[in-house]
Design a protein. Structure first.
Length: 164
């Protein structure tokens, strides 16, 4: 039994003003709002619903952010790949440290999942410990039931994912 029950929520919540840094705005007067839907126990991850009126700005990512666009249209330009128009159903990962130009064409609503990464040395130790536990479990308990997955099905090792 889990230590804490699952949390169930809805994106139909009242959003509060969440102003975009004025230095980041490039055109128009985009107005953003958001509401936090959930937080992880260690506060390293959270889920947010966010919306924004039309305008242009650049966003500086201080944590990894994965979004699912619920409604509206936006053109994203990371300065590496050609600009890309996205809309409802599209999913995007913005890695920590990215700077992306947003051109919100019509009222945009997204569901966002934020994750603050561990510092590199701690992340390395964490992966080594997890791998060692897995190897020891297979050696000492060869017939044991596999442990619950810590990642979504199909994700595999994130180090193997190509960002090209």
């Amino acid at each position: 039994m889990p230590a804490q029950p699952i949390m169930i929520g809805s994106i139909a919540v009242d959003l509060k003003p969440s102003p975009i840094n004025p230095a980041w705005i490039r055109a128009g007067t985009p107005t953003a709002r958001n509401a936090v839907l959930s937080n992880s126990r260690d506060r390293a991850s959270c889920t947010v619903v966010w919306d924004c009126t039309p305008g242009e700005f650049e966003w500086h990512y201080d944590s990894d952010e994965t979004i699912h666009i619920l409604e509206g249209s936006v053109v994203l330009d990371d300065g590496v790949a050609p600009p890309r128009r996205l809309g409802p159903g599209d999913v995007v990962l913005f890695p920590q440290g990215a700077v992306v130009k947003w051109k919100v064409e019509s009222h945009l609503r997204k569901l966002a999942f934020f994750h603050r990464s561990l510092p590199a040395p701690i992340a390395l130790v964490s992966r080594v410990v997890a791998k060692a536990k897995s190897v020891l479990r297979r050696i000492l308990l060869p017939n044991a039931k596999p442990q619950a997955a810590s990642m979504a099905p199909g994700m595999g090792d994130l180090a193997e994912v190509s960002h090209n």
